[in-house]
Write a protein of this length. Structure first.
Length: 94
């Protein structure tokens, strides 16, 4: 299936992405704990706007937690799958 918004020209995603702007705290030993914003989300993962934050390489597992009015949101493990100049694609892990 072709998708011109993908840099490679093809879309191999298994899940439909939905636009979503939310704050999420991400944590990893390389950058500590920071709050960034989501761009979109799917059943398989999330894309985060990280601007100038240096992310660890693809394959690295980080943790994330949505930051909103509700308390005790679960901490989710995610794998870095794609790094772009201003953002990062993460896959949810079981």
């Amino acid at each position: 299936m072709s998708n011109p918004s993908d840099s490679g020209g093809t879309n191999s995603r298994q899940h439909e992405r939905v636009p979503l702007t939310s704050r999420i705290r991400i944590t990893h030993e390389s950058f500590g704990s920071v709050v960034v914003k989501t761009r979109d989300i799917s059943l398989g993962g999330v894309y985060l706007i990280v601007d100038d934050l240096t992310m660890p390489p693809p394959g690295t597992v980080i943790e994330g937690q949505i930051q909103d009015e509700m308390e005790d949101r679960p901490v989710v493990r995610m794998e870095v799958v794609r790094i772009e100049p201003n953002g990062v694609g993460l896959k949810f892990l079981a």
